[in-house]
Design a protein around this ligand. Sequence first.
Ligand code: PLP
Ligand SMILES: N[C@@H](CCOP(=O)(O)O)C(=O)O
Length: 462
Amino acid sequence: MKYISTRGQAPTLSFEEAMLTGLARDGGLYLPESIPQMNTDDIRALGGVSYEEAAFRVMRPFIGDAFSDDEFHGIIARAYEGFGHAARAPLKQLASGHFLLELFHGPTLAFKDFAMQLIGQMFELSLRRSGNRVSIVGATSGDTGSAAIEAFRGLDAVDVFILYPHGRVSEVQRRQMTTPIEANVHALAIDGHFDDAQARVKDMFNDIAFRDGVRLAGVNSINWARVLAQVVYYFTSAVSLGAPDRKVSFTVPTGNFGDVFAGYIAKRMGLPIERLVVATNQNDILHRCLSTGEYRPDGVISSISPSMDIQVSSNFERALYYAYGQDGGAVAQVMDELKAGGFSINQGALESLRETFDSGRCGEEETRATIRQTWATSGELLCPHSAVGVHVAEAYRKEGVPMITLATAHPAKFPAAVEEASGIHPPLPERMADLYERDERMTRVANDLGQIETLIKERIAN
Ligand SMILES: Cc1ncc(COP(=O)(O)O)c(C=O)c1O
Ligand SMILES: N[C@@H](CCOP(=O)(O)O)C(=O)O
């Protein structure tokens, strides 16, 4: 299996190389050259197996010879053994025909753990074999950073630098990033929004001398392995509701478009997904874009679902690649236009996106009302991101096609917003009950590429 860049000008890589590389050298994102297929028998057979076995069967065709079958089974087993639910991704019924896929039972209480725990294990094995060291950089609006730090803390072969927007993540998210004591963990609070942090991470990858000098690796969903791991729960949840003999739809709270893009890959692999609904908060650029064809960022607004406060949605580039008929030149051109302020999607590409994706927006008051009502009607306490999904899903429910909304984080990660909406204070799980008492350690950084690169070079030299 070979991996190619969405912009068509970077070297073709193996799975392991793409995983360790992060951003392609032409600024694009890696994708598999072709998408492995699962037929109806393969899909039906997932019905009787554990989450781990399903993960093996869904991901195995993508990884080539990066790991032996035994190694890959071991990686998956270790990745999910710390999850707080035997099913890993349990499905709950919210209402007739509407289900919630709980993706928050991992160590940092967000869906990011599904991919991050897995790539932590893959990096460890791969780096142990090669004897190499890497410097991981990541941008976070709160959840990627905490999941990455949890997955890589204490690993000898890795330094992990996480840029988060100062003052714009929840206290639990911040403390998950600033309280680990391991010397290889570096939490950097940047002056700016998530989009600034992500732009600086991409700038670091595009600075080839720096990138090669510090052996940069990325764990945002620019890393294909992150997306791949998220494909699995689309299969397991759909199968438990009758796929492949019944179609299902998904609503996905969306920011960087990684999670919903994983659903798109599941569909292209053969999973009968009727619709993928992109649910945004008031940072609704993706909803506006799918409605009008215009992608023009106009500034991030802080919300009570802060992990989705994103306007430059990284993985949308991967969706555009397919919408533009796998034409890397066309993708490179719209990405150049984005740097200059925004772009218009051509009619053919827009129609292609609309064949799969619907979209909707959920404002702040609607988010609070959804938390309140869902608690009252089903006893499920939603985090604000999941509430955005549940609200938007309501508009797209269709008789005979189950709707699965992804619950992307635990309510206890956002206690203030949840309590304000519902009157219920969601407690942290026992294992992290002392989070508020632990000492914090972080470094404030300016939104300045040179200063951030200097800091990283100094830290890894020590
Ligand atoms: C809790 C939560 N929900 C939803 C999202 C959006 O996911 P994606 O960026 O993959 O679209 C994020 C951030 O990525 C998140 O942390
Ligand atoms: N919401 C994310 C933003 C980064 O997304 P990623 O999936 O590209 O890592 C976060 O919580 O950090």
